[in-house]
Write a protein that binds this ligand. Structure first.
Ligand SMILES: *Cc1c(COP(=O)(O)O)cnc(C)c1O
Ligand code: SF4
Length: 340
């Protein structure tokens, strides 16, 4: 297997072989679904999807593995709570054109796809009406027209879903179109794919990205140090060699990364892989995710303690996305006493 050339078709085969069945994933991990709070009903609402490469990093026989908890459909997702809604961050109101979310000055988010290589149970994407966004290539022109007509936009953020799930042909067309918009200086790619499906980062993809004259920033989405293995490190090394800026954002998730030890190890592991910690997000309160929520006061205590244990450049900014605000809200760390 490992001697095969990493052709674009090859990454698509890896994607096609992802686990999509609870029982099969459990078998692979030596777990009995009967011992777990798994829910087929939750799976039907938002399907299970776990690439093999990522599944290899889940510990066997461990129902509490922090990577498993991010992907396993469980009964808690069916609970309702009036504080958890389908669009807690106000994205639908901020749609400037089909596929364009323009909330912040100088930056616009471009949504090209609703698909991802993995399905994370805490994700806002569960509820977002992608189908209304005319994501097909032939309808992309109105989004690009909007970007062309807004000279204050200097940075385009490719988001989704996961923009790197698009095939090379579609990415090529998108990058060619963005190249013509001269006021865009930076293309930022928000993606979890280098972490969950590193096979997708092919030499063809790198050379496609290198054809742009704009600065490339990759914002990874890694939540736990165990998500970073040698395949991920090899990928980020390539990004650095090609002079992309590589940042990471995480979501603070209960029982997954809500301890000082884990967050400290996460920052250090990221840094070893040449990735700069950027944001630590409080959970977006999306329907069915309340079992992942960490209280703001606990988050503040965690980050205050991190600041006493790590160099400043390894402490991510604790932020929260709030509807209608001109930027992400940086949480004030002074408002609670730290852990003793
Ligand atoms: C998070 C986000 C951005 C980027 O914000 P930064 O603080 O620059 O990382 C831009 N637009 C939208 C809609 C966002 O949610
Ligand atoms: S958008 Fe990101 S967090 Fe949500 S399912 Fe896709 S990869 Fe996971």
């Amino acid at each position: 297997m490992s001697t095969l050339l990493n052709t674009p078709q090859n990454w698509q085969q890896h994607l096609a072989k992802a686990f999509t069945d609870i029982t099969e994933l459990c078998q692979f991990l030596n777990l009995d679904p009967k011992d777990l709070p798994v829910s087929q009903q939750a799976e039907q609402k938002f399907s299970l999807r776990v690439p093999r490469n990522y599944a290899n990093r889940i510990k066997k026989n461990d129902p509490k593995d922090p990577l498993l908890l991010q992907v396993l459909p469980v009964t808690h997702e069916l609970l309702t709570d009036t504080h958890y809604t389908s669009d807690p961050v106000g994205d639908i109101n901020a749609l400037a054109a089909p596929g364009i979310i323009h909330k912040y000055q100088g930056r616009a988010l471009l949504i090209n796809t609703g698909s991802c290589a993995i399905n994370c149970r805490y994700c806002f994407r569960k509820e977002f009406p992608y189908a209304d966004q005319h994501l097909r290539r032939d309808a992309q022109s109105s989004a690009l027209d909007y970007l062309q007509q807004q000279p204050t936009i200097s940075e385009v953020i490719l988001s989704g879903g996961d923009p790197l799930i698009l095939n090379d042909d579609r990415l090529h067309h998108l990058f060619a179109a963005l190249k013509k918009i001269t006021h865009i200086k930076r293309i930022r790619i928000h993606s979890r794919i280098p972490i969950v499906l590193p096979e997708r980062i092919t030499p063809e993809l790198i050379s496609l990205l290198n054809q742009t004259d704009k600065k490339i920033i990759i914002v990874l989405h890694c939540n736990h140090p165990n998500e970073i293995d040698n395949t991920v490190k090899a990928v980020t090394k390539q990004f650095i060699q090609n002079e992309y800026t590589v940042l990471n954002q995480s979501v603070l998730l209960k029982n997954i990364n809500d301890s000082v030890e884990t967050l400290q190890q996460l920052s250090e592991t990221l840094f070893d892989a040449q990735i700069q910690p950027y944001y630590l997000h409080l959970l977006d309160k999306v329907t069915g995710t309340q079992h992942f929520n960490v209280q703001k006061e606990d988050a503040i205590r965690l980050v205050n303690t991190l600041r006493n244990t790590l160099p400043g450049y390894l402490v991510p900014q604790l932020v929260q996305e709030q509807a209608g605000k001109p930027a992400k809200t940086v949480i004030n760390l002074q408002s609670t006493r730290q852990f003793e």
